[in-house]
Design a protein around this ligand. Structure first.
Ligand code: ADP
Ligand code: MG
Length: 180
């Protein structure tokens, strides 16, 4: 039943996203990214996990470049199988290839020093006030986040993706804070 509830919430969020153009979503992303940049946990972090946004997600391409230029170690997720993802270093805007999901993923070896990651920015289909996260339905972050033992985990979404109550299972991993 819970998978059905999650599925209908994802459908609702997809409907809400369709009301906005890609340009509008990029504009809506600005104040959210500013909150990330102002966050003390980000400012003090040397090594950060970000994500490369798809057109329907909070736009992170500028953030990635900025934090890299500031000298932070920037990591991005790469999907490597139906259930697993790994992390790779962001080096420059040219060392990317497009994954099967259409996500730009860095080329290079896997980064495995998970305990060095101090800040993680996590995308989601939805978040709620209990800091629960709804993903796209593959559980990638639920499997991966427990490895990040030191990271302060910040979920990020547009205001219309912040929902009153997300159904959860034991395997769902909460974030520490949500920006919306
Ligand atoms: P998402 O988090 O992407 O919204 P779900 O929470 O619905 O996706 O999880 C997708 C599937 O992955 C579910 O069948 C869930 O039970 C499974 N899953 C999630 N985390 C784990 C885990 N740590 N180990 C095994 N299966 C998991
Ligand atoms: Mg989940």
């Amino acid at each position: 039943m819970i998978q059905f509830d999650k599925k209908s919430l994802r459908k609702e969020v997809r409907t809400r996203k369709k009301q906005f153009s890609t340009e509008e979503l990029i504009k809506e992303s600005c104040p959210l990214i500013q909150q990330v940049l102002n966050h003390p946990r980000l400012q003090s972090a040397k090594t950060v996990l970000l994500y490369n946004s798809l057109p329907d997600e909070v736009y992170t391409h500028g953030l990635i470049k900025q934090l890299h230029n500031e000298g932070k170690t920037v990591l991005l997720p790469v999907v490597i199988s139906d259930t697993e993802m790994e992390l790779r270093l962001y080096r420059n805007p040219n060392s990317f290839e497009t994954s099967s999901y259409g996500i730009l993923e860095p080329i290079g070896e896997a980064f495995t020093d998970f305990s060095s990651i101090e800040f993680a920015l996590i995308p989601g289909m939805a978040f709620d006030k209990e800091r629960n996260r709804l993903g796209r339905g593959k559980g990638y972050y639920d499997r991966f986040l427990p490895l990040l033992t030191k990271a302060y985990k910040v979920g990020i979404c547009f205001p219309f993706q912040f929902l009153p109550n997300i159904p959860t299972e034991e395997t769902d991993i909460k974030v520490d804070e949500c920006i919306y």
